[in-house]
Design a protein around this ligand. Structure first.
Ligand code: NAD
Ligand code: 3PG
Length: 387
């Protein structure tokens, strides 16, 4: 029986995919797997039994990935599963920033109950006039699952789209419309675009990327959208640019004390992925990843270990070893099995940065004591025998 814990509300469409071999627990100490959305794990002391963490979503800056890897905990996310939900909200954000829809609706609310409201509205509506997005230039920074969808959708709305992503995947390249200008530097985006939208993860080299210098290169009156992470923008520099009107509007999915209620800022309470469809998609993918790892040892969509797949486990035990990516690990594993007279039916080893993963199918039914012996090898992080 496997135990799982949910640290955030995870859609039933996903949880119902757990078989009767899985039981929900409220205690992390007993959990084999944890599912979460944006709950922070940076202060968490991880229990020995924990094997997997699945982030039902894209961003993993709420999880200490290296720390988890050192403890032999595989962390997964659900790439692309909420991208459409975010794309739709970004388009809404662009429209809200272009037309004073919010101001207009508030005006109507304030005049509720007035007999002559229709007549007054016709007189007052010039206060809420705006501009159209068709024909304007949009810069998309980060052409991953969300960036590509936003870029293609904006193109269909008649915008001229510039995209920047030096690390773009082949999949994204396939999905991106060829009508998008693929630019090689951020300066072009800053200097050309009327709207700029951020779709990069919060990493060391992206945190604070929108600072005074970046803002200074942008066009006067630019509209900036941030549905990626608050940390990408230096708030004091942003506020300065908003006060001078250089940045005309900032639309963000991340409320902060400094921005909530401020003029020229539209703050949404992190709703990008909060749609029925995205929540269901993320939960389903997260549960499938956990089941595949716990039951077969296969890793797909990990963000701290390499992906590795040996198919469905056969009738004999499968040994899985998470370890540091250093020489002679496989030599030591196979020597240990050879010493016991155990033949290997199949073996896969994959590495990713400092970490690696080895899966071994043995031609023997008796695996007793192997896990203990393998665990003693230096640089081994976690051993599992899947029976
Ligand atoms: N608002 C929300 O609810 C919501 C929902 C999902 C994701 N997000 C955020 O959006 C981010 C992007 O999500 P995604 O699903 O598109 O992820 P993704 O991994 O598919 O795409 C990220 C893209 O950013 C690119 N990138 C990385 N560093 C870059 C850099 N320095 N300059 C330019 N491009 C760079 C990568 O090459 C990749 O193509 C997530 O990391 C998360 O922080 C927010
Ligand atoms: O990175 C993500 O997937 C989003 O920020 C969504 O976060 P949420 O699952 O907490 O809504």
């Amino acid at each position: 029986m496997y135990q799982y814990q949910c640290l955030n509300a995870i859609s039933e469409a996903g949880l119902s995919l757990f078989s009767e071999d899985y039981q929900r627990t409220e205690e992390m100490a007993g959990a084999d797997a944890v599912l979460l959305r944006s709950a922070s794990l940076h202060e968490t002391v991880f229990p020995e039994k924990l094997k997997a963490i699945a982030r039902a979503g894209a961003g993993v800056n709420n999880i200490p990935l290296e720390d988890c890897a050192e403890k032999g905990i595989v962390v997964f996310n659900t790439p692309g599963a909420n991208a459409n939900g975010v794309k739709e909200l970004v388009i809404a954000g662009m429209l809200l920033a272009s037309r004073d829809i919010i101001g207009g609706i508030e005006w109507v609310k304030a005049h509720a109950g007035e007999e002559n409201i229709a007549k007054t509205a016709e007189k007052q509506k010039k206060m809420f006039a705006g501009q159209e997005i068709e024909g304007k230039k949009l810069g998309v920074i980060g052409l991953g699952a969300i960036g590509v969808l936003v870029a293609n959708a904006a193109l269909h709305l008649g915008m001229e789209v510039y995209g920047y992503d030096p690390y773009m995947s082949v999949d994204s390249a396939w999905n991106l419309s060829r009508h998008i200008h693929h630019v090689k530097n951020l300066e072009t985006i800053y200097q050309e675009c009327d709207y700029i939208t951020l779709h990069v993860p919060a990493l060391d080299d992206t945190k604070g990327m929108i600072d005074r210098e970046a803002a200074g290169q942008m066009k006067d009156g630019v509209i900036l959208l941030n549905f990626a992470r608050d940390l990408l923008v230096k708030e004091e520099d942003l506020i300065e640019a908003l006060e001078t009107g250089h940045i005309r509007k900032y639309v963000t999915d991340f409320p902060t004390a400094g921005l909530a209620g401020r003029d020229h800022v539209i703050v949404i309470p992190h709703l990008g992925a909060s749609t029925e469809e995205s929540e269901d998609n993320c939960a389903r993918m997260a549960v499938r990843e956990i089941r595949e790892y716990l039951e077969n040892g296969n890793i797909m969509n990990s963000v701290n270990f390499p992906n590795c797949d040996m198919g469905k486990k056969g009738k004999n035990p499968r040994i899985t070893v998470l370890h540091h990516n250093v020489p002679n690990m496989i030599g030591q594993f196979t020597a240990l099995l050879a010493k016991r007279g155990i033949n290997i039916a199949d073996l896969t080893n994959k590495s990713r940065g400092r970490f690696a993963y080895t899966m071994i199918d043995i031609e023997d039914t008796d695996s007793s004591g192997i896990a203990e012996e393998l665990s003693k090898i230096e640089n081994v992080l976690k051993v599992r025998i899947i029976l």
